[in-house]
Design a protein around this ligand. Structure first.
Ligand code: KG4
Ligand code: ZN
Length: 359
């Protein structure tokens, strides 16, 4: 099965070709056109600007994807698109493009939930299999959730953030520190360099500087807004000189990251202990974080050796269309011929939903 997939939920215009043979996936073409530098000027994603850029880029990105793989409409079995959640003006562009192509080419069109795509991105590594029950730690710019899956496409939210998402906290704290958008990779890089160039003992005051919100609460929920406020209040006490001191900024990156990762790892551990899943995956943009990956790996190898730990390839950690294509291929595989015919008939009625839940 070969799927053309499209993703425009936030600030990347993306298209991909995904092939699924019933056992493993290949991605002959993955195109991502990022608008990050445009939004950096505003310190975050501006929805109307994102929509304008998607409109400008969507046709060239799809054309390039087909051309690079030497594919025509005749080579495609279906079209997939992110239906939500995301920024409404941005989602509309991808969905409209996908509907137009599905109608013109008479292909089944399938809408995919963005976070489902992030979870299934873990299948884009060679020789991987999702064994159930599975727990996913979904950490993106808009979501932070622990999700239990007893089988494919069945989701039970164990807990989620009560305020900011982890990625959002990274971006907001980076802004407080004067670092450019998106802040996650900046903080990751600085914290990593800081930690590697100092002894554990000498940076302990920073490691322990901030609170670990809800770490010991008796549930699987998260909260990151208080942590961000703690960073803000702590910075207010600093002089202008200190705020321009690169070493100090890196120390604060480390301090914030340790608090965040402690909470994410701590809550994951609690969920693994209670539910003993066969697989644990991380999903969403923050899954690219090097410290989160290494701390989770260490904890799982040591304390839950029976659980297989999967991480998406770095190429598929951030927003991309290949993750939408693999989730679509698996959903299509489970459909009867009649259900596929329905998809073909209903393609015009697919509508984006900015708050589409995992279901
Ligand atoms: O999944 P994603 O690309 O878009 C959404 O669906 O939201 O996630 C974007 C988020 C941003 O908040 C970005 O700062 C964060 O992921 N992020 C990171 C890293 N790379 C991206 N956060 C921490 N460390 C990283 N290396
Ligand atoms: Zn995402």
């Amino acid at each position: 099965m070969r799927v053309l997939s499209i993703e425009t939920s936030c600030d990347e215009t993306a298209a991909a070709i995904v092939e699924w043979d019933g056992q493993s996936a290949t991605v002959p073409v993955n195109t991502v056109s990022s608008q990050a530098s445009l939004h950096a000027k505003w310190g975050g994603v501006v929805p109307q600007l994102a929509a304008r850029e998607h409109i400008r880029n969507i046709v060239p990105v799809i054309e390039e994807t087909l051309e690079r793989g030497n594919f025509t409409q005749d080579d495609l079995d279906a079209i997939a698109v992110t239906a939500g959640p995301g920024l409404m003006p941005a989602l509309v562009v991808g969905v409209s493009a996908a509907k137009t192509l599905a109608l013109a080419w008479q292909k089944p069109l399938i809408g995919i939930q963005h976070l489902e795509g992030h979870i299934y991105a873990n299948l884009l590594r060679p020789d991987t299999e999702l064994r159930f029950p599975l727990i996913a730690l979904v950490v993106s710019g808009g979501h932070t959730q622990l999700v239990l899956m007893k089988e494919d496409f069945q989701y039970e939210i164990l807990g989620e953030t009560q305020d900011d998402a982890a990625g959002e906290a990274y971006d907001k704290v980076a802004k407080l520190l004067g670092l450019p958008y998106p802040g996650g990779p900046q903080i990751d890089k600085r914290a990593d360099a800081f930690q590697k160039s100092h002894s554990e003992e000498s940076i302990k005051e920073f490691t322990d500087k901030f609170p670990r919100p809800m770490l010991t609460s008796d549930n699987f929920d998260f909260s990151f807004s208080g942590l961000k406020t703690a960073v803000l209040y702590s910075l207010k006490k600093e002089t202008k000189e200190t705020m321009q001191d690169e070493e100090f900024i890196s120390a604060m990156c480390h301090a914030f990251q340790e608090a965040t990762v402690d909470v994410l790892v701590g809550k994951t551990k609690k969920a693994l202990k209670k539910l003993s899943p066969k697989t644990f995956v991380i999903a969403g943009g923050v899954s690219a974080n090097t410290r989160l990956r290494s701390r989770l790996e260490k904890m799982i190898t040591k304390e839950f050796p029976e659980t297989q730990f999967l991480t998406p390839d770095f190429a598929y950690s951030l927003d991309n269309a290949a993750m939408i294509g693999i989730a679509a291929a698996l959903r299509l595989e489970r459909m009867t011929a009649d259900e596929k015919k329905e998809l073909l008939k209903n393609s015009v009625s697919l509508n984006p939903d900015a708050n589409l839940p995992l279901a």
